[in-house]
Design a protein around this ligand. Structure first.
Ligand SMILES: Cc1cc2nc3c(=O)[nH]c(=O)nc-3n(C[C@H](O)[C@H](O)[C@H](O)COP(=O)(O)OP(=O)(O)OC[C@H]3O[C@@H](n4cnc5c(N)ncnc54)[C@H](O)[C@@H]3O)c2cc1C
Length: 404
């Protein structure tokens, strides 16, 4: 029997790989194993409009088109172990799955607060549909909500909870929310806009204790302030899902290490010929923006990676060595992009803003619609706009280091 292309992680990255394989002419078997019970769905709405409305799978599901109708989806099943030498993975029921080529698309999981005696009820994270459903059921008019973490997910959930009528306080370690992804001036502006809508901020603060037995009652800050709350949302970052690869010779330093064509790296920097990685979990070279390999947790990245990986795997398995080598020689060179919606503020960005050593207002005015440019060594590595969408899009092809 022909061994399949096996995809671990049945979410956006996994689905896009399956689609790309078929588009690239691969007609053999594809198996996708996913820990969640839901077929692939879109995560960004989970902290935005879907959380404010009725959260269900239908509202966020990706359409499964004709091209992937014959993919075998094994859902609600976690891959516990991968054996790259013997080309076999083992799931949590002990079932072994052999493969011809393997794609890792396991994404991230939320980092949790590591404090003794954390209450079980009222404490939440938001990464999955089930997380969003659980959170939604606890927020209504007048609910006291504390959001710990002032990154994009924290700020978006704060805005959504406020729109639902909750009393919302955001606690963050830095001086302003969103400092790293936006820079000081725009970050201050976003905080002011959130405050104008009634969200409270305790910046420069750390939670030292969470009180309550079974149900969260309050959080204590390092300043001694105690905030009473019914809901605590932990939005303090994410960890890559790597454990399944631990027993293998793989570079797992902060993500699954990949070469410029997204093949998984051994610790000595050579590649596993038939093992690829896509999505948030991948740590890959992106020299047009950054001097070191890194993860990029933006929505456009899994899709663009999957387009390339699907093509590479299809060519590799077709036996057309020349065409495969040609595709492998083309480095993956995406332009990262993200958006964020908070109240009536729509942010759109291209490039890697956190690389900037200088930030300039390019258009508009602070506090209104505006565009910021982010420079590294004098070259534009990112743009971010509040509103002015078509103008921001006009910068898309201008970002990147020309020396790369
Ligand atoms: C709440 C939220 C809001 C977001 N908003 C935005 C936004 O506004 N703009 C933007 O650009 N990006 C946003 N993102 C980021 C974007 O959604 C991600 O970049 C994208 O979902 C990554 O896709 P992925 O397929 O790599 O990983 P994931 O979508 O995380 O999928 C990985 C899948 O693998 C499964 N898995 C993990 N380990 C195993 C295992 N051992 N065995 C089997 N299955 C496993 C997981 O359960 C999961 O289903 C947001 C993310 C979240 C969570």
């Amino acid at each position: 029997m022909t061994r399949p292309v096996l995809i671990i992680g049945a979410s956006m990255g996994g689905l896009r790989v399956a689609e790309s394989l078929r588009r690239s002419g691969y007609a053999g078997p594809i198996v996708a194993i996913g820990e969640e019970t839901h077929p692939p769905y879109n995560r960004p709405p989970l902290s935005k409009e879907v959380l404010a409305a009725d959260v269900n799978h239908e509202a966020v599901a990706f359409p499964l088109g004709e091209a992937v109708a014959d993919v075998e989806w094994i859902l609600g099943r976690k891959v516990e172990r991968v054996d790259l030498e013997n080309q076999v993975v083992t799931d949590d029921l002990g079932v072994e799955h052999q493969y011809e080529a393997l794609v890792i698309a396991t994404g991230l999981r939320p980092r949790r607060l590591d404090l003794p005696g954390m209450p079980k009820k009222g404490t939440h994270v938001i990464r999955s549909l089930d997380d969003a459903i659980a959170l939604r059921s606890e927020i209504s008019e007048g609910t006291r909500v504390v959001v710990y973490g002032a990154g994009f997910i924290g700020c978006e959930v704060a805005a959504t909870a406020k729109k639902l009528g909750a009393h919302v306080t955001v606690i963050g370690k830095g001086p302003v929310p969103l400092l790293r992804p936006l820079g000081l001036e725009l970050a201050r502006d976003i905080q002011a806009r959130q405050e104008a809508q009634g969200v409270n901020f305790f910046m420069g603060s750390t939670i030292t204790k969470v009180t309550g037995g079974d149900q969260v009652e309050s959080v204590l800050l390092d300043s001694g302030v105690e905030l009473y709350t019914q809901v605590l949302i932990e939005a303090i970052g994410s960890e890559p899902n790597l454990e399944l690869l631990h027993d293998n010779d793989v570079d797992l330093d902060g993500g699954v290490g990949a070469d410029s064509s997204l093949r998984v790296l051994r610790k000595d920097g050579t590649v596993w010929q038939n093992v690829y990685v896509v999505g948030d979990v991948a740590r890959f070279p992106i020299p047009q923006f950054c001097d070191y390999p890194r993860r990029v947790e933006h929505w456009n990245i899994p899709t663009e990676m999957a387009r390339k990986v699907g093509k590479e795997v299809a060519l590799q398995l077709s036996g057309d060595t020349n065409a495969f080598e040609e595709e492998i020689s083309k480095p993956f060179a995406p332009i990262p992009s993200f958006w964020s919606d908070q109240f009536d503020v729509s942010l759109l960005a291209y490039g890697l803003i956190d690389q900037a050593d200088e930030i300039t207002l390019l258009d508009g005015e602070v506090g209104s619609d505006c565009i910021y440019g982010y420079y590294k060594r004098g070259e534009l590595v990112g743009v971010c706009g509040v509103g002015m969408r078509s103008k921001v899009m006009g910068y898309r092809n201008q970002v990147g280091l020309t020396h790369a």
